[in-house]
Design a protein around this ligand. Structure first.
Ligand SMILES: NC(=O)c1ccc[n+]([C@@H]2O[C@H](COP(=O)([O-])OP(=O)(O)OC[C@H]3O[C@@H](n4cnc5c(N)ncnc54)[C@H](OP(=O)(O)O)[C@@H]3O)[C@@H](O)[C@H]2O)c1
Length: 325
């Protein structure tokens, strides 16, 4: 296997330019090709973002000088292109949600061979801050974990043409950011949700601009989540136990400004600053090491994506039926 690791990118995506490529460079990898629906856009984007060349999506998937593919397309195209890249023998990091429903996720995962490598891009799972949260919960520092109160909001008010506002492309607050609190709760509870009740604000185009849900897990554990696209960025999360809680400013993409605070009763006991390195950087390090045979794959799509998609289905179904508690 050559060194440095060679990645291809599908889509001239904002997230690829702003987060994935900087992390890839830090990790010592290179982006050899970006795929675009437009030759011009692809070439301009490649030049602006230090990518060697541009081509079609098909050419990225088929390229001999690509070891791994980052799928940064609109949500409705994730599972199709993840499958195509896997079939061409590439390792794949696919943006979330990897599938629009459980049936799509099952179909994709069923096609993953024993040597195939596929991850859904919940990169926070690889960040040391998540390991810290797991450890603090396991050590009983908040007593028994009972509830997670988590939000992910940001603001695209006034945006036109944003993929998040298109129902056809798999837009809406639940797919875009509501998936994060759900993934975090499944991760920390170590179980799957059994019931959900929701409230939402629809857009004229038929996606939810914001939504809230109460999601029940086994053992009387509960996620109270809120997600949306029309107020300032916030990812504040409380991980609550019988004796205390962890207050986490950003469990999903921690930066140097973010912290984890331990509160016991009404007392602030300790603060941990987020460890250095973006969540993308930690994920890419892991994937590169797995490809090189230096690490065992963790948090793969085979291990997680179907259950994550079923959880999204559960919340979506509650939203559709308007089921009230
Ligand atoms: N993990 C994270 O932290 C994170 C953060 C932000 C976003 N995301 C995910 O990353 C994905 C991309 O998000 P983004 O904000 O980067 O989106 P974006 O800037 O709009 O990029 C999406 C790209 O998809 C391609 N595309 C293909 N069909 C399209 C269509 N019908 N309409 C518009 N674009 C189309 C476009 O590239 P070409 O036209 O060049 O082919 C476009 O540049 C989404 O799935 C999102 O959920 C993840």
């Amino acid at each position: 296997m050559p060194d440095p690791m060679r990645w291809g990118v599908l889509g001239t995506a904002n997230i690829a330019a702003k987060a994935f490529l900087p992390a890839l460079r830090e990790a010592g990898g290179v982006a050899t090709v970006v795929g675009s629906r437009s030759e011009n856009r692809g070439q301009t984007w490649a030049a602006e973002n230090g990518v060697t060349r541009a081509g079609t999506y098909e050419s990225v998937v088929a390229a001999d000088d690509v070891d791994a593919v980052y799928v940064a397309l609109p949500n409705d195209q994730h599972s199709v292109w993840a499958a195509a890249a896997l079939a061409a023998g590439k390792a794949v990091l696919c943006e979330k949600p990897i599938a629009l429903n459980a049936a799509q996720a099952e179909h994709l995962v069923a096609a993953v061979g024993p040597d195939d490598l596929l991850w859904e891009s919940f990169v926070f799972a690889f960040h040391p801050q998540t390991t810290l949260l797991e450890r603090l919960v396991a050590e009983g520092r908040i007593g028994d974990l009972t509830e997670i109160v988590s939000e992910f909001h940001f603001d695209i008010t006034g945006a036109t043409g944003n993929i998040r506002l298109s129902r056809e492309l798999g837009g809406g607050a639940l797919y875009d950011v509501g998936c994060y609190p759900l993934r975090l709760a499944r991760h920390l509870f170590g179980s799957e949700p059994v019931h959900a009740a929701t409230a939402l604000t629809p857009s004229p185009g038929g996606v939810e601009l914001d939504m809230a849900a109460v999601v029940d897990f086994p053992q009387s554990r509960r996620l109270i989540m809120s997600a949306g696209m029309r107020r300032p960025m916030s990812t504040f999360t409380r991980i609550v136990g019988t004796t205390g809680e962890l207050r986490v400013t950003n469990p999903f993409h921690p930066t140097a400004r973010d912290t984890v605070e331990l509160w016991v009763g009404r007392e602030h006991v300790e603060t941990w600053p987020a460890a250095s390195g973006s969540a993308f950087r930690h994920a890419i390090d892991h994937i590169n090491a797995v490809i090189l045979g230096q690490a065992t794959a963790q948090h793969t799509a085979v291990q997680d994506a179907v259950q994550q998609a079923r959880s999204l289905d559960l919340v979506r179904a509650a939203a559709t039926t308007g089921e009230a508690r």
